[in-house]
Design a protein around this ligand. Structure first.
Ligand code: ATP
Ligand code: MG
Ligand code: MG
Length: 547
């Protein structure tokens, strides 16, 4: 292990191992298949899988699919793909629903031991029975049912004899317990609904609290890591394991990780999808793993981000800029450099013959010499960015302006000789001359051009659709702002334009990451086709929000 200080979970694990409590550790990542995984889940994935990579053990992928109404097999597929893409291998792929039979048996055990009863109270009545944190609750009139009656009623619930909501199975604990969750919590509810894996087999479904710890125990999970809102549930987790006399898994809690300028809640992300604020769960503006992948983030950069923020016992939100920083760090090392002009201004090189081509060599990645170089054609007509030219520049402007020199990246130095305008006074073309002995790598001109501009041959360029993204929300914490979080959606979070790319981009491996010189990092979108390439801007080269 590297020298990084241990986080509090690693300390617990090291202590347990040092004391010989376990010979190996087992963790699980337990998503509910009711949506796509987001950047917050990445924290939990890296934590669970990271622990068993560092220490002797393994991690299960367990779908916590106890709620038939919201779950779907399509989400299961997406979650599997995302965890794999992040670079993790699970030991077993498991489903809480696989344990429905065993969980039912556990419920019978509790009834037989006098620790559970069937209650006919409505949900309103049960809520009233709960009492308040400062006062004791009241016992349900059904609490004293005999074991035999409870067994037969619970069997009838399972058989589908009763409508939804008419009965529940509750744990018999203590209606005056200082922990509200311990006041006879519901273990099972009736739900006549088809489940994505068990179909119509079950008419009753276990509550999260009844399924989770029992699933952990069945898998002999040693360290069950969950987020802070489950702290008060730990007492019930332990109570159930103790009463059932099953393998004692232990629950530990860490703080949820939230990232600002976005939302990390499946429920909210689902609204963005269903109400068409985005094109889908994998829209490149979404903080989902699928969205980030499509946008061009790499698994390495996401893991780096998650490791930098670490685990904590206190909830706080992390700046989106840190994630973008990690993305740039990685892409700088691996991205192929290419030239693309997004807002073209035509330049005619008056002393370069039409129809002729001068091949220039340009390095693919200055950070990685082994990446080699590619050929870039220089021709009489080229494009530069419109904002790389100014007719009446201020003093410190070093790009192209009348009478001034600028270098074209990997090619020649040019001088601006003449500005051509249309009737409205708009600049339509620049006439330049190139300096023949100024070719990059063999420049003997002695001319000192201060700016190096990216450019493409106007005759050889390939038009590409370019999608420029900005933050999806205009405020730091849209989830917590007044009113509806969707009121804070940035109307300019997506701009689609046509760019002109150097020809190499058309034949490049389209799964590669690119740096379009001076413009940012780009990645081919899933909509991209050879006849109509589409590139997403993954991120700009610098943090445009830095203060
Ligand atoms: P959401 O609120 O987005 O629906 P969830 O907790 O209901 O999240 P689950 O599918 O139950 O989603 O999450 C699987 C695992 O990921 C759980 O162990 C959960 O605690 C963890 N997790 C979810 N969101 C975060 C987050 N923001 N930071 C860290 N861990 C998270
Ligand atoms: Mg959950
Ligand atoms: Mg949830």
């Amino acid at each position: 292990k590297e020298t990084k200080p241990l986080n509090f979970i690693e300390e617990i694990v090291e202590n347990d191992l040092a004391q010989g409590k376990y010979s190996r550790i087992i963790t699980r990542f337990p998503p509910e298949p009711n949506g796509y995984l987001h950047i917050g889940h990445a924290s939990s994935i890296v934590l669970n899988f990271g622990l068993t990579e560092s220490y002797n053990g393994y991690t299960n992928l367990r779908f916590d699919d106890t709620n038939p109404v919201t779950e779907d097999t399509a989400y299961v597929e997406a979650i599997r793909q995302d965890v794999r893409w992040l670079g993790f291998k699970w030991e077993n792929e498991l489903y809480a629903s696989d344990y429905f039979g065993q969980l039912y048996e556990y419920a019978l055990t509790l009834i037989r031991k006098g620790f559970a009863y069937v209650d006919d109270s409505s949900s309103e009545e049960m809520a009233a029975q709960k009492g308040t944190p400062t006062s004791a609750g009241t016992e349900s009139p059904f609490r004293t049912r005999s074991i035999e009656e409870n067994l037969s009623l619970f069997e009838a619930m399972k058989a589908g004899d009763y409508p939804d909501g008419s009965k529940t199975l509750r744990a018999k604990i203590d209606m005056a317990h200082p922990n509200m969750i311990m006041r006879d919590p519901i273990l099972y509810r009736i739900k006549h609904a088809a489940h994505h894996r068990t179909g119509d087999t079950w008419k009753i479904y276990p509550m999260y609290d009844f399924a989770h710890g029992q699933s952990d125990s069945l898998e002999r999970v040693t360290h069950s890591l969950c987020t802070l809102e489950f702290v008060p549930h730990r007492e019930l987790y332990d109570w159930l394991i103790e009463k059932l006399e099953i393998y004692p898994s232990h629950q530990y809690e860490f703080a949820r990780r939230n990232v600002n300028h976005t939302v990390t809640s499946k429920r909210k992300l689902m609204q963005l999808v269903n109400e068409n604020f985005v094109s889908g769960w994998d829209d490149p503006r979404m903080p989902t793993i699928a969205g980030m992948r499509r946008r061009g983030y790499t698994p390495e950069s996401i893991r780096d981000f998650v490791e930098r923020i670490g685990v904590s016992k206190r909830e706080n939100s992390v700046d989106l800029s840190l994630l973008e920083f990690c993305v740039r760090e990685h892409l700088n090392k691996i991205a192929l450099r290419r030239m693309v002009v997004l807002d073209p201004l035509k330049i005619t090189i008056t002393n370069f013959p039409a129809g002729q081509k001068e091949i220039c060599l340009s390095e693919n990645n200055p950070e990685s010499p082994s990446a080699g170089s590619r050929e870039v054609p220089f021709t009489r007509e080229i494009f530069i960015e419109r904002d790389d030219f100014m007719e009446n520049p201020p003093k410190k402007y070093h790009r192209l302006s009348p009478g001034q020199y600028a270098r074209l990246k990997s090619a020649f130095i040019i001088r601006c000789d003449e500005v051509v305008k249309d009737a409205a006074g708009e600049v339509t073309e620049i006439k330049c001359s190139y300096i023949e002995n100024s070719k990059s790598g063999q420049d003997t001109s002695g001319i000192n051009a201060k700016a190096t501009l990216h450019w493409v041959s106007a005759t050889d360029a390939v038009p590409v659709e370019v999608r420029l993204y900005d933050r999806l929300f205009t405020v730091e914490d849209p989830g917590d702002a007044d009113g509806d979080f969707k009121d804070y959606i940035n109307p300019e979070s997506l701009k689609t334009i046509t760019g002109y790319a150097e020809p190499a981009l058309a034949t490049d491996d389209q799964t590669a990451h690119f740096q379009f010189l001076r413009l940012g990092y780009f990645f081919a979108d899933k909509d991209s086709r050879p006849e109509k390439p589409v590139f997403n801007r993954t991120t700009t080269l610098r943090d445009n929000y830095a203060k």
